[in-house]
Design a protein around this ligand. Structure first.
Ligand code: B12
Length: 324
């Protein structure tokens, strides 16, 4: 969907979503279906593009965070309401859909779950960010045929690994999707996901493919010891980075606190997949995002780097290149 010239339908969906008017959005969606738009088309050609366009306009500063939140909530609610049209089939292939641990971007996973239910899969949507240990227990008893995993940010790759390991521990293959796995999904393979797909429409084919594969022992990837050590000290590293940051800025608000966490997540992910670009790309994105909102573009990175150096995590600290 372009953001410059909206069709009548796009305008109706976007304005209802931005107003947080779930009822009106539901009516517009229902009208489209009455006119013959199939459910998957409604999802992938109308509702998700509307979210993406609103997200892009919010990034450009055209919409407030509150408007983006209202729109996301309305779109996700309508997808859930519409998914309620479909019965959970007793004889469908059982699938579980969730996001990487720590990843709150539930909307793409919600859409995937609704799509699979529409296609006749016996779909359970777990929402976002189920802790790996809990998930392992659930999957061991529920025994779905496949787990569908969404990861939106590279900083949640450790959380994605925790989901993949939980599924594999229960002998369940994983179909992965989302931008967090890199543009060509390369990190999904590194983490041991059985299949990565770029688009939701490819998920059914991927499910067939992984179910057709001979059952082998599913890989369990453990963290290298230096990374495990870093993860064990995560709270101290974050707290000390926050304290360093407070020496540089007037106040460490929620946004800055979250940015420290995002950057540390990306550093951990870079070590995990042995790809320094994961950290450098996140740092580049973060600099742009912070300076666009009036923050010092390097303050978060400097504070985290210092904290990592204090913890003798020099290779992690080196991934934060302040000269780039
Ligand atoms: C909505 C939103 C949120 C909501 C999510 C609510 C929800 N219930 O989902 C909230 C407010 C929680 C949120 C939080 C954050 N967000 Co956010 N968020 C977005 C936003 C605006 C839209 C995301 C979305 O749903 N898009 C619609 C989906 C459908 O499109 P898509 O993301 O392109 O997904 C495509 C593929 O990836 C694929 N896909 C995704 N998953 C899967 C799974 C499968 C199986 C398959 C097949 C395909 C697939 O499907 C889509 C293609 O059709 C984006 C900006 C944007 N323009 O996208 C930022 C964005 C993703 N968020 C971002 C950030 C930084 C954050 C925060 C760190 C913000 C902060 N500073 O506090 C936190 C992190 C929270 C956390 N711990 O996870 C950044 C990520 C930047 C980066 N370099 O990675 C983005 C890009 C915004 C930005 N540029 O600043 N966010």
């Amino acid at each position: 969907m372009t953001t410059d010239k909206l069709t009548d339908t796009e305008l109706a969906l976007t304005s209802a979503a931005l107003a947080g008017d779930t009822g009106r959005l539901y009516q517009v969606a229902g009208k489209l279906m009455d006119e013959g738009v199939a459910f998957d088309e409604l999802l992938f050609d109308h509702l998700l593009p509307a979210e993406r366009a609103i997200g892009a306009r919010w990034e450009q500063g055209d919409y407030l965070i509150a408007e983006e939140h209202a729109a996301t909530a309305a779109i996700e609610t309508v997808i859930s309401l519409l998914a309620g049209m479909f019965d959970l089939p007793d004889d469908g292939v059982p699938v579980v859909v969730t996001t990487a641990e720590g990843d709150d971007h539930s909307l793409p996973a919600r859409a995937s779950a609704a799509h699979l239910l529409f296609l006749g899969y016996r779909t359970t949507f777990l929402g976002s960010s189920v802790p790996g240990s809990d998930l392992k227990e659930f999957l061991a008893s529920d025994q779905p045929a496949v787990l569908v995993l969404s990861c939106t940010m590279t900083s949640h790759l450790l959380g994605a690994l925790s989901v993949i390991n939980a599924a594999h521990a229960a002998g369940i293959p994983v179909v992965a999707g989302g931008k967090g796995f890199g543009t060509d999904g390369r990190w999904a393979a590194v983490l041991g996901a059985d299949k990565w797909v770029a688009h939701h429409s490819e998920v059914p084919g991927a499910i067939d493919e992984v179910l057709g594969q001979q059952q082998t022992d599913r890989t369990q990837t453990s963290l290298p010891s230096a990374l495990q050590d870093l993860v064990n000290r995560r709270s101290q590293i974050l707290a000390e980075a926050e304290s360093h940051l407070s020496e540089e800025v007037e106040s460490v608000d929620r946004r800055l606190r979250e940015e420290i966490r995002v950057l540390l997540g990306a550093v951990e992910a870079a070590i995990l997949v042995d790809g320094s670009e994961v950290a450098s790309e996140m740092l580049m994105w973060q600099r742009r995002a912070l300076s666009a909102h009036g923050y010092d573009e390097f303050a978060v990175a400097r504070a985290l780097k210092r904290s990592l150096q204090d913890h003798d995590a020099s290779s992690a600290a080196d991934l934060i290149d302040l000269s780039a």
